[in-house]
Design a protein around this ligand. Structure first.
Ligand SMILES: Cc1cc2nc3c(=O)[nH]c(=O)nc-3n(C[C@H](O)[C@H](O)[C@H](O)COP(=O)(O)OP(=O)(O)OC[C@H]3O[C@@H](n4cnc5c(N)ncnc54)[C@H](O)[C@@H]3O)c2cc1C
Length: 434
């Protein structure tokens, strides 16, 4: 866009540019890119260089959260006050957020999401505990464990709910991609370092009084194990952050293959609203290389729609690359499938919505008594998803619980409707919303 003579405004709630994967450390920190980004260091340096070169040609507003959208106006919160910014075109590239599956003890201090634990390490160089166990089903689980290991933290082990057979089935496709090969070699390095890796586990509970003391699980042969640790990092993949698109009025659709609500678009970023475009993980989680290409495609569409000259060189080549990357994404989904069965087994007493302290039993009860299963109806009956996180954390579990209880589909259950402000702001700032 800059090359086409536009001075765009970039709004990001992060303190520094770089997005999630190339998140920058504070300026005073002196760790090398190799230490912070591992085998993505070269790409990180390149992306930072590209951004820095054009930084002065962009109106950059860091540390600024978009908390609402109304027609062609954004509501911004910079930590002190709410302001608004009118736009004629908007590209939403809001990334993704962590998926967790609640189990007894998951709200204890010492339990972190994978993303949160990565942010802590990347930006602050801080490990979240002294002896850390990784739990879940995500390619980023071994990756983050590797990063923690390299940073000198004690990794107590990796507990994967995925079976060995899923991994083996996905292996041939994974090995076709350099990232897949890197992932496999990283797993091997972890095992060679003596980090215990258990596949096909069933997590039972996280134990501790005031903070995490241990994690109890069944191994693939059904034997109960207890590992001591003071932190558990949990991750079951990511979901698109599309609340702003929903709030803007873009049409969403249910993508059955990934069980995800996505922003309807023409494959080049154009949404159902003529002035809103979408790119990156916010348009389905596909990884940073796809996100970069989609960003370019969305900018290209926007420029074309404004009858401006686009500098995008190779539109067809770029689309082919995107297609190739989608095969890798499918292989990852196969290697790390979401464990639906664990949601079915969540005990009634387990808290699902930690903002409002709503248990799985309360959600089931609300649905049974009312006979309803549409997620927003259930929200109004029992307050699930009504708290600070606006259902980001509990949304996918709640939807699964309702689907399983009522024998319906995730599509029929729906998704939590986005509300302003999408993330918490002080009540004194509410008055800006009409
Ligand atoms: C927690 C996490 C950890 C990850 N770690 C890795 C990894 O180690 N390796 C890997 O290959 N991939 C990783 N990924 C995936 C990778 O980061 C993404 O595929 C890639 O960054 C997608 O780029 P994007 O531009 O779509 O989104 P992002 O890079 O996530 O950028 C989205 C940006 O939008 C901003 N934003 C979101 N909502 C708002 C709002 N309301 N107001 C203002 N700003 C907002 C965020 O601050 C962020 O900077 C990770 C993803 C997540 C979510």
């Amino acid at each position: 866009m800059v090359r086409s003579g536009i001075r765009p405004t970039l709004v990001d709630e992060a303190a520094e540019s770089g997005g999630q994967i190339f998140r920058r450390q504070p300026k005073e920190f002196k760790r090398s890119p190799q230490v912070v980004y591992g085998f993505d260091a070269k790409s990180a340096i390149e992306e930072h260089r590209k951004f820095d070169e054009i930084a002065e040609k962009i109106d950059t507003r860091l540390g600024t959260m978009v908390c609402g959208i109304e027609n062609q106006r954004l509501y911004l919160f910079n930590g002190a006050e709410v302001d608004f910014l009118d736009f004629d075109r908007l590209i939403l590239a809001t990334g993704a957020f962590d998926t967790v599956i609640p189990l007894p003890g998951w709200t204890l201090p010492g339990v972190f999401t994978l993303g949160g634990a990565q942010v802590s390490l990347k930006t602050q160089g801080c490990a979240v505990g002294k002896r850390i166990v990784f739990l879940g089903a995500s390619p980023l689980l071994p990756y983050t464990a590797f990063q923690y290991c390299m940073a000198g933290a004690e990794v107590g082990g990796i507990l994967e709910t995925t079976s060995l057979s899923s991994k083996l089935a996905a292996l041939p496709e994974m090995l076709k991609h350099s990232k897949g090969r890197k992932g496999v070699s990283m797993m091997a390095k972890l095992v060679l370092k003596g980090i215990p890796l258990r596949l096909g586990v069933k997590p039972l509970r996280i134990e501790g009084n005031k903070s995490v003391k241990s994690i109890v699980f069944l191994d693939s042969r059904g034997r109960e194990n207890c590992w001591d640790c003071d932190a558990v990092i949990m991750g079951y993949g990511f979901k698109s952050e599309n609340q702003l698109a929903d709030l803007a009025g873009c049409r969403l659709y249910f993508e059955a293959q990934t069980n995800e609500w996505r922003v309807e678009n023409d494959g080049e970023g154009r949404t159902t609203l003529p002035y809103v475009y979408v790119a990156g993980d916010g348009n389905g989680v596909k990884g940073w290389e796809s996100a970069r290409i989609e960003g370019e495609l969305a900018a290209n569409s926007l420029l074309k729609d404004l009858n401006l000259v686009s500098n995008m060189s190779e539109e067809i080549g770029v689309k082919n690359k995107l297609k190739k990357l989608s095969f890798f994404r499918k292989a990852l989904d196969r290697a790390f499938p979401y464990p639906h069965h664990l949601v079915a087994e969540i005990e009634d007493s387990t808290i699902v919505c930690r903002c409002e302290l709503i248990s799985a039993g309360e959600i089931r009860q609300a649905s049974k008594v009312s006979g309803e299963f549409e997620i927003n109806r259930i929200k109004s009956f029992c307050r699930v998803g009504m708290g600070r996180c606006q259902g980001r954390i509990c949304g996918s579990t709640t939807a699964e619980i309702l689907r399983l209880l009522q024998g319906t589909s995730l599509e029929a259950v729906g998704h939590f409707r986005a509300q302003s402000p999408v993330k918490p702001i002080p009540t004194q700032n509410f008055c800006i919303f009409e």
